[in-house]
Design a protein around this ligand. Structure first.
Ligand SMILES: [Zn+2]
Length: 299
């Protein structure tokens, strides 16, 4: 269902359409029940309104239902109007939006801005977890963070270890991507990442690291050879990694290690929908409405 009549709407259209809590609530409700209301408690389809509380009420079982209960917005005290603005600002620029930028634009505290973005990333991450890569996939690992002087380099580094997989079209163009923070790069862990991210029977290209050969041996067609930096192997993947690092450094000036996975998922969410930039806001909104409630932080 398209919520917005035009594929691209201006900031003026946006502010006019969603200026009140009521209009926002109606939007959230329409998104949650695109085929009409069905009570999650009794299956009833008749609906009333408790206007004083901004809640809906099932006419069959009389239970009250909020537009945001059971979604990623569940239990927050932030106005829906503010959530929508945050999602708009977060998606209108392909470089994303940091908590400091959001704080300034929405005139909220840093804590509120951080909290909003954190939940939006959880929604992106949840949506990304529904898909697997298939076809032809390039696979490699990379590192993120500051090198510690005198410590190990390469696979023994103390930097965050990240597995990256990018699927390609038959013509060699990048299609979709997945990334994950890894505790190590042993074959068992590589195998786990692959099973979580890549469909069985996929053709995977990588360098000839031992852990790849072992980790990918069973369920995939694994093609490997010694990596040549001057060659054409893994070019798609390494371009993707460079863009990801520029994104993390440019917008977020690095990312907290503990939340790094969410930043990886945010980048993949944006990358995997790069052909639909004009509807990115709507796609995030849908992801958020269908992301189960989460327990996080101090709100
Ligand atoms: Zn009911």
């Amino acid at each position: 269902m398209s919520v917005f009549p035009k594929a691209k709407f201006s900031i003026v259209d946006f502010s006019t359409r969603y200026s009140s809590e009521e209009s926002c609530r109606e939007l959230f409700f329409r998104l949650r029940f695109p085929h009409g209301f069905v009570c999650p408690h009794c299956g009833g389809t008749q609906l009333g309104m408790v206007r004083t509380r901004g809640l809906y009420r099932c006419k069959s079982c009389r239970k009250q239902i909020s537009a945001t209960s059971g979604t990623v917005f569940h239990g927050t005290h932030i106005k829906l109007n503010l959530w929508l603005w945050a999602m708009y600002l977060f998606t209108v620029d392909k470089r994303g939006c940091s908590a400091v930028q959001l704080m300034t634009k929405l005139r909220v505290t840093y804590k509120t801005a951080w909290y909003i973005l954190h939940r939006l990333r959880i929604a992106m991450s949840h949506r990304e977890s529904r898909y697997l890569l298939d076809g032809f996939v390039e696979l490699d690992d990379t590192y993120l963070g500051t090198a510690t002087h005198g410590k190990k380099r390469g696979r023994g580094t103390e930097k965050a270890k990240i597995m990256v997989a990018v699927s390609k079209s038959a013509e060699g163009y990048p299609r979709y991507a997945k990334m994950a923070v890894m505790p190590n790069l042993k074959s068992i862990t590589v195998g786990k990442f692959a099973r979580r991210s890549i469909a069985e029977g996929t053709h995977i290209s990588s360098d000839n690291a031992k852990s790849y050969k072992k980790g990918l041996a069973e369920k995939y067609f694994h093609h490997f050879k010694t990596f040549d930096p001057a060659g054409t192997e893994l070019v798609t993947l390494h371009t993707f990694i460079s863009n990801f690092k520029a994104f993390i450094i440019g917008t977020y000036h690095g990312a907290e290690r503990v939340h790094l996975q969410l930043y990886l998922d945010e980048f993949c969410f944006r990358f995997n929908r790069r052909m639909y930039r004009e509807s990115m806001f709507e796609r995030l909104l849908n992801a958020a409405v269908f992301c189960p409630a989460v327990k996080c932080g101090w709100w």
